[in-house]
Design a protein around this ligand. Sequence first.
Ligand SMILES: [Zn+2]
Length: 163
Amino acid sequence: MLQTTQLRDIPRVTLIKGSKIHENVQVLTGYCPSCNTKYFADHEHVLQPNNKHTKVYLNSAKYLKVGQSLWVDRVFSNTVLNGMYSFHASASAFTEFWNNSFWSVHSGDAKKITRRQIWQSFVQESIRSIAAVSNINVELQDGLAIDDVTKEAFSLLGENGII
Ligand SMILES: [Zn+2]
């Protein structure tokens, strides 16, 4: 297993763990030269025999990528999911609640979380928790926009799955 990124190119991102914001966190990517699989913290990038790539959404992921340079842990993504279900909160309501409660007491330079990142957390967490109950790791074509991810995940998990 190799480390794909040159030392100087290793991305530095913001990571939310629970209710705490951590800045300048390094993200490493592993690479297996014999099967060309790339190992990211939240998914695997697999080269298929037809030369196309698929993305395997790991149910066991500890962290989820929810924006260009924002990662969250599963405590955070579960908080989003539970907040939306228990309080019937919209993504915008949850965003405002979270920024007022937690971002406001953070002393660094991190930007406020956006509605889109909260929505991304909701979708990413839903896919993994539902797939885990169905005993599969969702595998989709790589490079899909978030709305297509939602559609494709529903067609995999919805019909004969538990949705
Ligand atoms: Zn391999």
